[in-house]
Design a protein around this ligand. Structure first.
Ligand code: NAD
Ligand code: UGA
Length: 479
């Protein structure tokens, strides 16, 4: 049965870009991305897409209306498709059993129940959302328990590995595509069908097939490994600051070991994003449920180290500003969790902002791609504060980095946007209160140049020394 129609449930950061690329590379297949959010679908059908992702606009422009459709008519899309991706969100549970750790599978279950209620005939259901190991079993149970006459399902695991900011390239040149399925003739046939779709642009050698549970675990594992590398280098950044070693030099030396490699060794204010923390917490919870407390504690430490790093950065700001930021103006440059995305989920900037707001600082926030409504939403969310009106009064959101930094005591750089490299820091210095501080949470700025201008500069994993003549404030090691 050659696949002619694909439906993807969930038009988010994964469903939107992955199906757009699929439609571009498979002109012989009609791809319909559906979502229960009318607003999101309207945005996918408009000139301003709901997510910022370099290269995405061009792909959507090429395929939308040809063989790529965005719709809220979920039932029709399910009924007509031979292959259905589930790409809905799987956030950390916020209440009940497993609160704060387990993945909340209510959206996956909702999607499965919707498929069961409308599907007839043969369907391949593909779990693309990140889920706990053996989640496919629950999906299959729901589908088979609600079987309509003539409906026959195969369920596959096909986790997504794209990173935001580089999603289009990651999808076009995926280093691997994992497909997990049942070891039965029907299961293998379904794997073959999905593999055929990817073979439109991914070399067969990069399409790896395995059993369903291995595939599910092979999604959580790399996220845990990658986050672990960041926490490892961040832990050493604290040692560097205490000893005078430079974490960039250490990272370079470590990365030159071909067994280790150089990627994901960039010390920072901490890792953010919707998945690292969520997926590791999920892994921790799975281990606890499997009565493997030592394994759970091992991975929990990756999260704890990240929390420590974000707190350490915020405390450095407060301590440097003479142990009080109450009533002081601080500019936050960058609010997204990394550059080239407008996504703020679990952004370290939120953690830093909250700590500074709790201390009574007034924040001036600038990010080139995050909407001001999103920043306000993140910082006034009930999980952040029980006094949203107070918080609103302490925040000003700017559309320009120069107005954001004008008149402030300090700048805290939280996202590594390229445009921050080329700002006129001489002009910024002139407009700031003195002594003027820069806290570079991403280690991207030219610190020597900033010090020469007159700034007091602090960064991650390196002590910066001001020339003696410039040292007017703080201890000799503090700049
Ligand atoms: P998202 O929140 O951006 O999008 C999910 C969408 O699913 C939302 O628009 C929501 O309205 C929709 N939805 C939920 N239930 C629905 C239902 N029953 N019917 C129709 N629509 C429904 O989430 P995301 O970032 O795209 O992540 C999706 C999954 O992919 C998660 O499991 C995540 O862990 C995983 N993942 C994400 C990334 C990433 O970079 N964001 C990368 C790899 C894997
Ligand atoms: C990550 C993985 O890289 C993807 O493979 C995976 O598909 C995705 O999670 C997911 O499952 O959602 P993403 O979170 O989009 O992708 O972005 P990353 O590039 O991994 O960055 C995550 C965080 O780590 C960012 O805050 C980034 O600034 C930080 N980071 C990254 C560092 O602090 N140092 C580094 O060296 C690298």
């Amino acid at each position: 049965m050659p696949i002619k129609k694909i439906c993807c449930i969930g038009a988010g950061y994964v469903g939107g870009p992955s199906c757009s690329v699929m439609a571009m590379k498979c002109p012989d297949i009609t791809v319909t991305v559906v979502d229960k959010s009318r607003e999101r679908i309207a945005q996918w059908n408009s000139e301003k897409l709901p997510i910022y992702e370099p290269g995405l606009d061009a792909v959507v422009r090429e395929c939308r209306g040809r063989n790529l459709f965005f719709s809220t008519d979920i039932e029709t899309a399910i009924r007509e498709a031979e292959l259905i991706f589930i790409s809905v969100n799987t956030p950390t549970k916020t209440f009940g059993m497993g609160k704060g750790r387990a993945a909340d599978l209510k959206y996956v279950e909702g999607a499965a129940r919707m498929i069961a209620s409308v599907a007839a005939g043969d369907k391949i259901v593909v779990e693309k959302s990140t889920v706990p190991v053996r989640a496919a079993e629950s999906v299959l149970k729901i589908l088979r328990a609600n079987n309509k006459p003539g409906a026959c399902y195969q369920i596959l695991s096909n986790p997504e590995f794209l990173a935001e900011g580089t999603a289009i390239d990651d999808l076009l040149n995926a280093d691997r595509v994992l497909i997990g399925g049942e070891d039965t003739p029907e299961g293998q046939a379904a794997i073959h069908e999905l593999s055929w779709v990817y073979e439109h642009w991914i070399p067969r050698s990069r399409i790896v097939t395995m059993n369903t549970w291995s595939s599910e675990l092979s999604k959580l594992a790399p996220n845990a490994f990658l986050a672990q590398r960041i926490s490892s280098i961040n832990s050493l950044s604290a040692v560097c600051e205490a000893t005078g070693a430079d974490v960039s030099e250490v990272a370079k030396a470590v990365g030159l070991d071909s067994r280790i490699g150089s990627k994901f060794l960039q010390a920072s204010v901490g890792f953010g994003g919707s998945c690292f923390q969520k997926d590791i917490l999920n892994l921790v919870y799975i281990c606890e449920c499997l009565n493997l407390p030592e394994v759970a504690a091992y991975w929990q430490q990756v999260i704890d180290m990240n929390e420590y790093q974000m707190t350490r950065f915020s405390e450095k700001v407060i301590q440097s500003l003479f142990n009080t930021v109450t009533g002081k103006q601080i500019a936050l440059l960058g609010f997204a969790f990394k550059k080239n995305t407008g996504d703020t989920r679990e952004s370290p900037a939120i953690h830093v902002a909250k700590t500074l707001l709790d201390e009574g600082a007034r924040l001036h926030i600038y990010d080139p791609k995050v909407d001001s409504s999103q920043i306000m939403h993140d910082l006034t969310h009930p999980m952040m504060t029980d006094q949203p009106e107070n918080v609103k009064n302490l925040i000003e959101i700017h559309s320009d980095p120069y107005t954001a930094t004008n008149g402030v005591h300090a700048i805290a750089l939280c996202t590594e946007w390229d445009e921050f490299l080329n700002l006129d820091y001489g002009k910024i210095y002139e407009g700031m209160m003195k002594p003027a501080y820069v806290f570079d949470g991403r280690k991207i700025l030219d610190h020597k140049k900033l010090i020469k201008i007159g700034f007091h500069v602090q960064t991650i994993g390196k002590r910066l020394q001001r020339p003696l003549v410039n040292r007017l404030w703080g201890s000799p090691n503090q700049v």
